[in-house]
Design a protein around this ligand. Structure first.
Ligand SMILES: [Mg+2]
Length: 370
């Protein structure tokens, strides 16, 4: 397809309740949307690295500026028959996977709409619906957390992920495990600990968690391998894996037994699919992570989660969990059994509402082919 026009929007989406993790607190989600046009068709991508470089070295602003100054001027007016060709055009630029995934995910949505196919079918999805998991950040009190977990259990969520940070870890987990002895839990440490915390992880090891997500610094694959040798609970890597090369090294070192795959963190849907295939071939189960994307990115992630080796419920959530009003119609809603249905229409069913996108945007750039 020839890319006739690209628009990039930097948006701020106010959260109903602050998102508190090991790296801090976000009152809003800062995200970058990419609208890509070819002839009469348009597709939308989204990439969400947050406001500050806390989750990743990238931020919503670095993603916007890179797309504005470097990537989109190079892509507009060119033709790309595959997303791989588009990524090849950006391959000379080092790193910055979140920035690259903006136009890459838009390309996939546009391609699906142009060929009249649901996005999942193009990506190789084999399911018609995917399991959503529940996920709770740090709360104001144990009672508040227990009440939310009870709600998730009653609603039928098959697993619950708990964010931990210093002061909200072992004591909280013991209280939760005592209240819910058989429910599936895992924790996400968001790189907040070191090997000096081995005693803590040994204690956590006795609580029967499904996995411990990203316990250590994101660059420390060796330390993750060392920790995995000392505990039984599988380690899941998230922040550490931004490419296939990272995962090859992690497997060689024995740094993880689970993989969280986010299309933004790894540089797009094509690489997310390749990582899924690589993990499957290595016998490492994986699941789809999220960055509290709007209905645009959430809709793309649902299609990705339809691939066969995404066996653990995904971090995919209804819009109403986090936002008073999403950017799309319909917004993200659960169907039977805490699942999301894959698209039956070209692309995804979640259409951005231009007025809402405009109202939430604080930066906007437009590129037209000559
Ligand atoms: Mg994580």
């Amino acid at each position: 397809m020839r890319i006739d026009r690209i628009e990039v929007f930097q948006v701020k989406l106010p959260l109903i309740y602050p998102w508190k993790t090991a790296y801090g607190e976000d009152a809003d989600i800062h995200s970058v949307l990419v609208r890509m046009v070819s002839g009469e068709h348009e597709g939308w991508g989204e990439t969400t690295p947050f406001f500050a470089p806390t989750y990743s070295p990238e931020t919503a602003s670095t993603v916007f500026i890179l797309n504005q100054e470097v990537f989109c001027p190079l892509l507009v007016g060119k033709s790309f028959d595959t997303a791989g060709e588009l990524l090849d055009a950006l391959a000379v630029f080092k790193g910055n996977p979140f920035a690259k995934s903006g136009p890459e995910t838009a390309w996939w949505d546009l391609q699906a709409r142009m060929v009249g196919q649901p996005l999942g079918r193009l990506l190789g999805a084999t399911r018609t619906r995917v399991d959503a998991g529940s996920d709770f950040g740090v709360q104001d009190s144990f009672d508040m957390l227990l009440e939310k977990i009870q709600g998730a259990v009653d609603a039928g969520f098959k697993r619950t992920k708990l964010k931990v940070r210093r002061g909200w870890d072992l004591d909280m987990l013991k209280v939760v495990r005592a209240a819910f002895p058989t429910h599936t839990f895992h924790i996400d440490c968001n790189s907040g600990y070191t090997l000096d915390d081995l005693a803590l992880f040994k204690a956590v090891d006795k609580l029967g968690l499904a996995m411990i997500e990203q316990p250590l610094f994101h660059r420390d694959l060796h330390d993750h391998a060392e920790l995995q040798r000392r505990i039984e609970t599988p380690i899941c890597l998230d922040e550490s894996i931004t490419s296939i090369r990272d995962m090859e090294l992690a497997v060689e070192l024995g740094s993880c037994r689970y993989l969280n795959i986010k299309m933004g963190r790894v540089g797009g849907l094509s690489i997310a699919v390749a990582l899924h295939d690589f993990a499957r071939d290595e016998g490492i189960p994986c699941w789809v992570g999220g960055m509290l994307e709007s209905g645009i990115g959430g809709g793309l992630a649902i299609e990705l989660a339809g691939l066969s080796s995404f066996t653990y419920p995904a971090d995919l959530f209804p819009s109403s969990f986090f936002y008073r009003e999403d950017l799309t119609e319909p917004d993200l809603r659960l169907s039977t059994g805490c699942t999301f249905e894959l698209s039956k229409v070209p692309g995804t069913p979640y259409q951005p509402i231009p007025e809402r996108v405009a109202a939430r945007s604080y930066r906007h750039a437009v590129f037209e082919a000559a």
